[in-house]
Design a protein around this ligand. Structure first.
Ligand code: SF4
Ligand code: SF4
Length: 477
């Protein structure tokens, strides 16, 4: 049976599917309390270190200066060279085991209190709060049309943000260039392009990550959020909402006892959500977005105080406690579990190894490079001779005098190095061509092991003599 021709066709509605969800700007409420104070303390401590250290002086030189162009890294009295990158590797190993260890013990402590992303976001939020007021005022201001007062407030805020970002960039560059010369040079227009470029790029990153992108960096760019769960276990301290105590949630009058209504302790006030810098609800359970800032603990404790309920509806606790396997009082006993002890031991070993390595580090390094062009030759005295280059690196701040002897044959001569030694200037690498010679009957065909003994001492001051032994080979006829 055919359909009647005049039957209206069903209307097809055009539907737009959003593949990209625009995120709303988060305006977290300011949280006050114990953990907010710890965060303030950590921000002040880390930033005093970051902004202050480049200004320290040591023996007339910037105390900490990573002179990349000059290929020297100064840390107080120590001078490191690219060859010392081994110590940087050691430092990275210590940092990695440190991160594994405290993440297993107490979750994202690093993210919550010391990560530069958290620190600069918090500083920018302080500026927001200082200039525009707390959350409600900021939300209201954002919705208002542009008028003189709004322009003035926004302009003040952006000037302050620019000042913080610019000074952060300049300070960052100051770790790599003498800051006491760099800062005046910026103002008199003589600063180098590399240092200026470094300051500009880092300042831009501070503004972009700390003010514009904020939680988006933690949510979408930071790899740590993705692999942290590999370090978490049943006994890791994480910031959690006590569902058994809080639910069923619901509004009630102040001072109402939970038993007056069949409700849990959560009054559904949303204070924990309003202070969250990543805009999540901790009551939904452990989420990878949570940076562990503990603002929700402070906010909820304030509410619990107002309601005369015990604190800790949101608190640092373990999954096992929430599942009532043991109580909060037993958490300390779970610290000595194999994973924590293993990471702790690895961390301790790495720290000891790094300290021992730096403490016993030689400021003089000598490599013997064989002259591959001329394997063996007969000199004017009729002796067999091999040529070498001594690659001498003085990583100290003083002139050092190096002397050398060589052993390996009954009759062996070293020429090319003055008998009373060669002076190696501070923080310099020199190449010294030398020759080793012996009687032809001692060095038959093939290679023969020989050993150099180098002695070095300061040209002035302490006269202690240190020794380096290096093995190499002598090619016979
Ligand atoms: S859920 Fe709590 S601890 Fe996690 S980011 Fe939000 S406020 Fe911070
Ligand atoms: S702050 Fe506490 S009481 Fe208020 S909603 Fe969050 S968990 Fe519930």
């Amino acid at each position: 049976m055919s359909e009647p021709e005049n039957k209206p066709k069903p209307e097809v509605k055009e539907q737009v599917v959003q593949l990209y969800k625009k995120t709303e700007r988060i305006h977290p409420k300011k949280a006050d309390g114990k953990y907010a104070n710890i965060r303030i303390f950590m921000i002040i401590a880390t930033q005093l270190f970051f902004y202050g250290v480049p200004w320290l002086m040591w023996n007339g030189r910037q105390a900490v200066w990573f002179d990349i162009l000059g290929r020297h890294f100064y840390i107080f009295g120590m001078v490191f060279e690219p060859a010392d990158l081994l110590y940087l590797t050691g430092l990275l190993i210590v940092s990695a085991f440190g991160l594994f260890w405290w993440t297993t013990v107490a979750g994202r402590l690093w993210c919550g209190y010391s990560c530069p992303q958290t620190v600069y976001t918090e500083i920018m939020l302080w500026i927001d709060h200082l200039v525009e007021g707390d959350r409600n005022k900021r939300l209201k201001l954002d919705k208002e049309p542009w008028h003189f007062r709004k322009i003035r407030i926004k302009l003040t805020k952006y000037l302050l943000i620019f000042a913080v970002a610019a000074w952060t960039g300049i300070t960052f560059a100051g770790w790599f260039t003498p800051i006491r010369e760099f800062v005046p040079a910026i103002f008199n227009g003589t600063a180098g392009n590399v240092a200026l470029g470094t300051a500009a790029v880092y300042g831009l990153i501070t503004w972009l990550f700390g003010h514009i992108m904020r939680e988006q960096v933690c949510l979408h760019m930071c790899p740590y959020a993705r692999f942290q769960s590999a370090m978490f276990d049943h006994d890791t301290l994480v910031i959690s909402y006590d569902t058994a105590r809080g639910e069923p949630r619901g509004a009630r009058k102040k001072n109402a006892k939970p038993e007056d209504k069949p409700l849990g302790d959560c009054i559904n006030c949303m204070a924990c959500v309003q202070v969250c810098p990543v805009g999540i609800d901790i009551r939904d359970g452990l989420q990878y977005q949570c940076i562990g800032c503990a603002a929700c603990i402070d906010a909820c404790n304030e509410i619990m105080d107002k309601m005369n309920y015990p604190r800790g509806l949101i608190r640092y606790t373990t999954e096992a406690v929430l599942q009532r396997e043991y109580t909060d009082a037993d958490i300390k006993k779970r610290l000595l579990r194999p994973k924590v002890v293993g990471y702790g031991l690895a961390l301790a070993l790495a720290v000891v190894g790094l300290i021992a390595g730096v403490a016993t580090r030689q400021t003089m390094q000598i490599d013997i490079i064989k002259d591959r062009g001329v394997m063996v030759r007969t000199n004017k005295q009729g002796l067999l001779e091999n040529a070498y280059t001594l690659h001498i690196s003085n990583a100290s701040d003083d002139v050092q005098i190096v002397t050398a002897k060589v052993q390996g044959f009954e009759d062996i001569y070293l020429t090319g190095l003055p008998e009373n030694g060669i002076a190696v200037p501070p923080r310099q690498i020199i190449n010294v061509p030398v020759q080793v010679a012996t009687q032809p009957e001692y060095a038959r065909k093939g290679s023969h092991p020989i050993e150099f003994t180098f002695q070095y001492r300061l040209e002035q001051g302490e006269q202690a003599i240190r020794e380096i032994r290096e093995k190499t080979t002598f090619m016979g006829e």
